[in-house]
Design a protein around this ligand. Structure first.
Ligand SMILES: C[S@@+](CC[C@H](N)C(=O)[O-])C[C@H]1O[C@@H](n2cnc3c(N)ncnc32)[C@H](O)[C@@H]1O
Length: 242
């Protein structure tokens, strides 16, 4: 992404903050869906926001709701303002009810310190700061640290929505750390545009294809979108880990 796009998104993030906090906050407190929907509404009315849209989110939500055993650890690559991270928190609350078990977590990774602050603020407002954690810095470094510290030993869903060149190396890092189980999900946005051809080729081929490697079954879900807009969510399910 070029500098002018970065500046536009940074400005829009500041406007989003004003938009949310200019409204009565009681409607958002302890209500992650209300915060997520308000971010969507802002994106609809104030310009494009590079967030995982509602239709795509529904595809991922259906996958998570059907997952057995129920998801306990979600990794998100690319937090931006925290919209999809807040939605994962809301989905986990829908699955478990208000009392989400203490060992259920969403870890979301973000490079941009300004976005980290805003995402944390919105997560706090939504009342899910015990559940959703924003880690600043390159995703691969944060994930290795979480693993080293024993905070993440298994991953139920990994969501790839950062810069596309990192999708495949970060998926392979999860494999190298032995974090997937049979039934784990790798969900990726933007595989149609701007596209992540090496990632797509890899998951469509079922993985590395060597003895003992993680094997995937992968499906491209086409969602409704405005003409010319990206519409595909790639859902890859781990069918074997050895
Ligand atoms: C498309 S946005 C994420 C949108 C977010 N998932 C949502 O739907 O609300 C991509 C974000 O990934 C971040 N990013 C890109 N590469 C990264 C990396 N290697 N590690 C951590 N964050 C990264 C960017 O700074 C940007 O904020």
């Amino acid at each position: 992404m070029d500098q002018s796009m970065r500046d536009t998104f940074a400005k829009r993030a500041v406007q989003l903050r004003e938009y949310i906090f200019s409204q009565p906050t009681h409607q958002f407190k302890n209500n992650p869906w209300a915060v997520a929907h308000a971010i969507d509404e802002f994106a609809e009315t104030h310009g494009h926001m590079m967030i995982f849209n509602e239709k795509k989110l529904q595809v991922a939500q259906a996958q998570l709701a059907a997952q057995q055993p129920a998801p306990r650890t979600i990794l998100e690559f690319g937090a931006f303002v925290g919209k999809s991270a807040i939605a994962w928190g809301a989905i986990l609350r829908d699955i478990y009810g208000e009392k989400v078990p203490e060992d259920v977590h969403v870890y979301t990774f973000e490079l941009d310190p300004q976005m980290v602050l805003l995402a944390r603020e919105l997560i706090q407002l939504a009342g899910i700061h015990d559940l959703v954690h924003v880690l600043e810095g390159p995703a691969s470094e944060s994930l290795q640290k979480l693993h080293r510290e024993g905070k993440v030993s298994s991953v139920d869903m990994a969501f790839f929505d950062h810069w596309e060149k990192y999708y495949l190396p970060d998926l392979q890092l999860i494999e190298d750390l032995n974090l997937f189980r049979t039934g784990s999900l790798a969900i990726a946005d933007n595989t149609d545009f701007p596209g992540a051809p090496d990632y797509l080729k890899y998951v469509k081929a079922g993985g590395k294809g060597t003895a003992g490697s993680v094997k995937y079954e992968s499906r491209s879900f086409e969602t409704e979108s405005r003409p010319g807009k990206p519409s595909v969510v790639e859902v890859s399910t781990v069918v074997a880990t050895e």
